[in-house]
Design a protein around this ligand. Structure first.
Ligand SMILES: C[S@@+](CC[C@H](N)C(=O)[O-])C[C@H]1O[C@@H](n2cnc3c(N)ncnc32)[C@H](O)[C@@H]1O
Length: 218
């Protein structure tokens, strides 16, 4: 049994992992938000209810799926990520969006400058203790009425999980949220929750319930 590499939260290690797997990740999950999926429907409703001014921020953007959907609808999009490898893929796939190398804890964006923030399958990379700081940063870049839409893994606590990437096991500390727990944290950060949903994972996905929240900045 190899010694797990990722015992504690370390954004540099998370970035290094995604640098290594950017191509494989994009091949496996880079089209997950195609029209007709439940995840896409939840996202579309959320973005349609956002104010009209400003870009959508695709936070923890990976290959930039949400940035792509936004620019395809004729609207501006910004993607932010800590992985240079993921950002390189996103820039190639979505040349009309702006991509920033940025940690969600400190976004290089003006207060109230984004109409919506979409954080899909990214919050699980933050330790639970850091979530209030990240949600406060998200709230800062939204105006009152701005939309936050989240997809993440549901469950309990923080766990070391192993998954197969590039034909090798990769070990990561992952944070899981109970539905109500996440909603409570979102409300505490200055949002009203408008919709929550969940679904079972597909066989090719990480085997945890997937949870979705749409919330409006108050
Ligand atoms: C599982 S991928 C999800 C990518 C994309 N949102 C999607 O749904 O396809 C998680 C992404 O979050 C990024 N990430 C992890 N921690 C981050 C942080 N603190 N700030 C910004 N991005 C982060 C990773 O580099 C990775 O690209």
């Amino acid at each position: 049994m190899p010694e797990p590499e990722f015992r504690a939260f370390d954004p540099a290690q998370v970035a290094r992992l995604y640098d290594k797997i950017a191509g494989e990740y994009t091949g496996r999950f880079g089209e997950d938000l195609r029209p007709g999926t439940g995840d896409r429907a939840f996202l579309d409703v959320a973005l349609a209810s956002a104010p009209s001014r400003g870009p959508v921020l695709d936070l923890g953007c990976g290959p930039g799926q949400i940035a792509a959907i936004t620019v395809d609808s004729g609207r501006p999009a910004i993607g932010a990520d800590i992985s240079a490898g993921m950002l390189a893929v996103a820039r190639r796939r979505v040349p009309l969006a702006t991509f920033l190398s940025a940690d969600a804890r400190a976004l290089p964006l003006r207060p109230g400058s984004c109409r919506a923030v979409a954080a899909f399958y990214f919050l699980h990379h933050l330790p639970k203790a850091l979530l209030p700081q990240v949600l406060a940063e998200v709230r800062r870049v939204l105006p009152a009425g701005g939309i936050l839409v989240v997809a993440t893994h549901l469950g309990v606590g923080e766990q070391l999980v192993s998954s197969e990437w590039n034909d090798a096991p990769q070990h990561l500390k992952i944070t899981f949220y109970a539905r109500d727990e996440l909603a409570t944290l979102v409300v505490a950060a200055g949002f009203s929750v408008e919709s929550v949903a969940s679904r079972h994972p597909r066989p090719d996905e990480f085997q945890a319930e997937h949870g979705f929240i749409r919330a409006r900045a108050t």
